[in-house]
Design a protein around this ligand. Structure first.
Ligand SMILES: *[C@@H]1O[C@H](CO)[C@@H](O)[C@H](O)[C@H]1NC(C)=O
Ligand SMILES: *[C@@H]1O[C@H](CO)[C@@H](O)[C@H](O)[C@H]1NC(C)=O
Ligand SMILES: *[C@@H]1O[C@H](CO)[C@@H](O)[C@H](O)[C@H]1NC(C)=O
Ligand SMILES: *[C@@H]1O[C@H](CO)[C@@H](O)[C@H](O)[C@H]1NC(C)=O
Length: 314
């Protein structure tokens, strides 16, 4: 019975510990942040003029994040671009899909919250995550608007990350971009002057390999090619190790419990034996005496004391 309940306990323990160990899901949701920031950036428009960038304010729980917005005509965007949209430089030839007459370009700078909304295991951010998103400008009090697609048809959109944090010796900076599902893709290290390029809207930053996760400086050519593979395999490796660890730990615990249960049983048996022996010793104290060739027990005293019949009556 004790054994069965300990088995239950074990099962429970292993079931509970696995999701606890592996649950490192992002604490926050990047797409709902986008919706929230769309709302707050549109609030910056009080009688907005076309082609002017307005800085917006964010709720206090998002302190540090910067948002700005600009309203402009699609035709103007395609013909002239926006040469200076904060760190972004939007060339001519950018097409909006689906077509809208006027759009709002939203700028996001996630600053010290970058890693919360776009966690990137194995990498360190050396620049904030910057967002460039587009929405229909028809209704400036609308919320939960769908994103529009931007496509750079000739020159790419450039993002200037000129004030990077210090890059560790021997690391190379990489541009990273996130699509609307939050999926990261890396491109070769930044151009001279720390710029990244993109042909569409999204979120962008610059990262270096984490020092802890890159112990051996591999040759750069193969390193670059294998980056994604390595990351995946190390992810699945750590998962495998967690599973193996749980199983081995469980087995060890099981063994220990089994050992304890057996010990307990043995102890009980021995205790019984000892009791029986003790009963024998106290009840039958026989003295061995030599009778001719053999030793035979002889009673020293009469075991049942003779009693007078009258004593019963007393
Ligand atoms: C984020 O929130 C949206 C709606 O609030 C939901 O559809 C989406 O699945 C969430 N994403 C994650 C990764 O939790
Ligand atoms: C921040 O506050 C706003 C309203 O003040 C709320 O809608 C939003 O969900 C909050 N965001 C987070 C990440 O707590
Ligand atoms: C980011 O920095 C601001 C101060 O600049 C601070 O108020 C805020 O709590 C920080 N946010 C996070 C997520 O660390
Ligand atoms: C704009 O959006 C708001 C919020 O969704 C809605 O209440 C309002 O009726 C809309 N206005 C127009 C003109 O569609």
């Amino acid at each position: 019975m004790g054994f069965l309940s300990s088995l239950h306990l074990l099962l429970l323990l292993s079931l509970c510990s696995y999701p606890l160990l592996s649950a490192q899901s992002p604490p926050t949701n990047a797409s709902s942040l986008d919706s929230l920031l769309q709302d707050y950036s549109f609030r910056a428009f009080v009688r907005p003029r076309t082609g002017i960038l307005y800085d917006a304010t964010v709720p206090s729980n998002l302190t540090g994040i910067k948002v700005a917005a600009m309203r402009l005509r699609s035709g103007s965007l395609r013909k002239r671009g926006v040469s200076s949209f904060k760190e972004f430089s939007i060339p001519s030839g950018v097409i909006v899909k689906p077509y809208v007459t006027r759009l709002v370009l939203v700028y996001q700078n996630l600053a010290n919250s970058s890693h919360l909304y776009y966690p990137l295991p194995g990498y360190d951010y050396v620049a904030p995550v910057l967002g460039l998103l587009a929405y229909d400008a028809k209704n400036l009090s609308a919320i939960n608007l769908p994103e529009l697609e931007l496509r750079a048809s000739s020159d790419p959109i450039r993002i200037d990350f000129s004030d990077l944090e210090r890059i560790p010796q021997g690391s190379s900076a990489k541009c990273v971009s996130f699509d609307s599902q939050g999926k990261a893709s890396f491109s070769e290290s930044t151009q001279p002057g720390n710029t990244c390029e993109t042909d569409r809207q999204g979120h962008f930053s610059v990262v270096v390999k984490s020092v802890e996760s890159a112990p051996s400086p591999a040759p750069p050519e193969s390193e670059k090619k294998d980056d994604d593979k390595k990351k995946k395999s190390s992810d699945s490796n750590s998962k495998t190790w967690i599973i193996v660890g749980s199983v081995v730990g469980g087995l060890i615990l099981l063994g220990l419990l089994l050992f304890l249960v057996l010990r307990c049983r043995n102890y009980k048996k021995q205790e019984k034996m000892r009791e029986m022996e003790r009963a024998g010793e106290t009840g039958e104290a026989l003295r061995m005496t030599q009778v001719g060739e053999t030793r035979a027990p002889t009673a020293t005293t009469t075991r049942t004391q003779p009693m007078l019949e009258t004593e019963y009556a007393a």
